[in-house]
Design a protein around this ligand. Structure first.
Ligand SMILES: C[S@@+](CC[C@H](N)C(=O)[O-])C[C@H]1O[C@@H](n2cnc3c(N)ncnc32)[C@H](O)[C@@H]1O
Length: 265
């Protein structure tokens, strides 16, 4: 064998490989440092860069059927309520998708966090089974708004409003049995960059029983919600194109919620 070829193949090539290995290792370490210190959350998620989305494909049947229902549903609007016009904006608003999901999944216990004028509670009341239970949370009583709800809704159905803050862990624990029982939680509260993070951290901390349970998160495209949404590792799917233009996400929390702790840093 030619001596030059011998040195190249037997001696230099392995040395080159070892050098490349250590160089890549160093490079990876530097990149990881930059990534950690300058990471910018992007709103767009895909199957290749988000484990939650990858796992979320397991919800395909629920998603497809809910969307299919949403295309067909026409929600009753009330001309005396200004915000009634939002019921049937589809896509763009989440009410028809919510109705479509309830119609398909038939949840027995529904929690609505953020009552406001009661549009989401109205959809829950009108699209869930008559014997299902609906609980809505706010800090302001429902009748302080030009509400889509009536006293009769509270009398004729298993329908309750609590004026309590579920971001507070003691209050959360007080309602834990109810949260555990829920088949559907609709989270549409202040989106102030605090409440939703604390509520989800409370969920992470609690040991929910394993049962089919969905969480709908509103406004996942808000800048202050992106970190939270991206950190969710449980099966999830971005349904914005068929929901609220500011972002609608569905998370399967059947075996509680798994979140990257970076969300809470
Ligand atoms: C966007 S509105 C909810 C809209 C409602 N889901 C609907 O479809 O009509 C947000 C509501 O969250 C309520 N809110 C603010 N902080 C809250 C908290 N800590 N717990 C529960 N609700 C809260 C606000 O009072 C407001 O009524």
């Amino acid at each position: 064998m030619n001596y030059i070829l011998f040195f190249k193949r037997i001696l230099f090539a392995p040395i080159k490989k070892i050098k490349t290995f250590f160089y890549n290792k160093k490079y990876k370490k530097e990149i990881a440092k930059i990534y950690k210190e300058n990471f910018i959350w992007s709103a767009q998620v895909g199957i290749v860069d988000d484990i939650g989305v990858k796992r979320g494909t397991s919800m395909a049947k629920t998603i497809i059927n809910s969307i299919n229902n949403a295309f067909k549903i026409n929600l009753k609007s009330n001309k005396n309520k200004n915000d009634s016009k939002y019921f049937n904006i589809f896509p763009g608003e989440h009410y028809r998708l919510l109705a479509g999901l309830i119609d398909y999944e038939k949840p027995k216990t529904l929690i609505d966090i953020g009552t406001s004028s009661g549009m989401s509670s109205r959809v829950m009341l009108d699209y869930s089974k008559i014997d299902s239970e609906i609980i809505t949370f706010d800090l302001i009583k429902w009748n302080k708004f030009n509400s889509h709800l009536s006293k009769n809704d509270f009398k004729s159905r298993k329908f309750t409003q609590y004026l309590e803050d579920l971001s507070n862990y003691d209050i959360f624990k007080k309602h834990l049995a109810l949260i555990d029982k829920a088949d559907l939680i609709f989270l549409d509260a202040p989106k102030d960059g605090v409440f939703e993070y604390l509520f989800i951290r409370n969920l992470v901390k609690s040991n929910l029983s394993v049962k089919k349970r969905f969480l709908i998160l509103d406004d996942i495209k808000f800048l202050n919600m992106i970190k939270l949404w991206r950190s969710i590792k449980s099966p999830k799917f971005d349904l914005t194109s068929f929901g609220h233009a500011s972002g609608t996400g569905i998370v399967d929390i059947s075996s509680n919620i798994e979140v990257d702790p970076i969300a809470f840093e």
